[in-house]
Design a protein around this ligand. Structure first.
Ligand SMILES: CC(C)(COP(=O)(O)OP(=O)(O)OC[C@H]1O[C@@H](n2cnc3c(N)ncnc32)[C@H](O)[C@@H]1OP(=O)(O)O)[C@@H](O)C(=O)NCCC(=O)NCCS
Length: 191
C-alpha cells in the first residue's frame, strides 16, 4: 500500500464494484473524465476483475484511494508507461463528491508521483485536463505540474468544443522543492 498524508492507495478489488459503478455513472463526476457513455455493472465488474487479476506492474498501476479510516473514495493510476522514455500518464477520480476540495486528491497525486519517481524510476508524468475543470487544474498546479500546451477544441461536450490542457511534471522538478526545503532546514540549523 502507498501511504499518503490523508489517503492510502491500495490495489483494486472486485468488491469495489458498488461504489465504482455509482461514480462512473454520476454525470457530476464523469463530466470531468473521458467517460461519455453510461457504464453497465458488468463492464465495471470486468474492469475490476481484470485489474485485480493482472495486479499492478510497471505497465499499469490501477489503485483504489481510501481515507485513513478505510473508506473507499476514489481511484487513480499510472497508464501508458514507456520504459524507453520513462514516462506515464496519470489519471485520478475522487468519486465520492463529499470529499472534493479537501486535499484528498492532491495527497493522492503527490503519493502517486512519489511512487512514480522514487520507486518506478520514471522521469516524467503527464496528463490532460479539460479547460473547465478548474478544481483539477488547481490541484495539479499545487502538485508541481506545469501547462505545456493545449489540444484546441479536442473534446465535444454539452454542445460545444473544449480545449484539453496538457500538463506534466518532471522528476527533477518534483524533487527540487523537497531539496530546497532540506537545504533551508540545514541552513537554519547552521545559522
Ligand atoms: C480533480 C480532483 C482529483 C481534485 O481532488 P480534490 O481532493 O477535489 O482537490 P484538492 O482539494 O486536493 O485541491 C483542489 C484545489 O482546487 C481548489 N478549487 C476548488 N474549486 C475550484 C475552482 N472552481 N477554481 C479554482 N480552484 C478551485 C481547492 O480550493 C483546492 O485548492 P486549495 O487546497 O489551495 O484550497 C477531484 O476533485 C476529482 O476527482 N474530481 C472529479 C474527477 C476529475 O476531475 N478527475 C480529474 C480529471 S483530469
Amino acid at each position: 500500500m502507498l501511504e499518503g498524508r490523508l489517503v492510502r492507495l491500495r490495489a483494486l478489488e472486485p468488491s469495489d464494484v458498488e461504489r465504482a459503478y455509482t461514480w462512473v455513472n454520476d454525470r457530476e463526476v464523469t463530466q470531468f473524465l473521458l467517460l461519455r457513455y453510461p457504464m453497465s455493472r458488468t463492464q465495471e465488474e470486468k474492469y475490476l476483475a481484470e485489474a485485480a487479476e493482472q495486479g499492478n506492474a510497471y505497465a499499469g498501476v490501477r489503485l483504489a484511494m481510501e481515507t485513513k479510516d478505510g473508506l473507499h473514495i476514489g481511484m487513480c493510476g499510472l497508464h501508458h508507461t514507456s520504459p524507453e522514455n520513462r514516462h506515464a500518464s496519470l489519471g485520478i477520480m475522487v468519486g465520492d463528491k463529499s470529499y472534493w476540495s479537501n486535499g484528498y486528491g492532491s495527497d493522492a497525486v503527490m503519493t502517486l508521483l512519489r511512487f512514480a519517481f522514487e520507486e518506478m524510476n520514471l522521469n516524467r508524468v503527464e496528463l490532460g485536463v479539460f479547460e473547465f475543470n478548474e478544481r483539477a487544474i488547481a490541484c495539479y498546479l499545487k502538485c508541481g505540474f506545469v501547462e505545456e500546451g493545449r489540444r484546441r477544441e479536442h473534446y465535444f461536450q454539452e454542445g460545444r468544443y473544449w480545449d484539453i490542457i496538457d500538463m506534466s511534471v518532471l522528476r527533477r522538478e518534483f524533487e527540487a522543492p523537497q531539496q530546497n526545503r532540506v537545504q533551508a532546514e540545514t541552513a537554519s540549523l547552521e545559522a
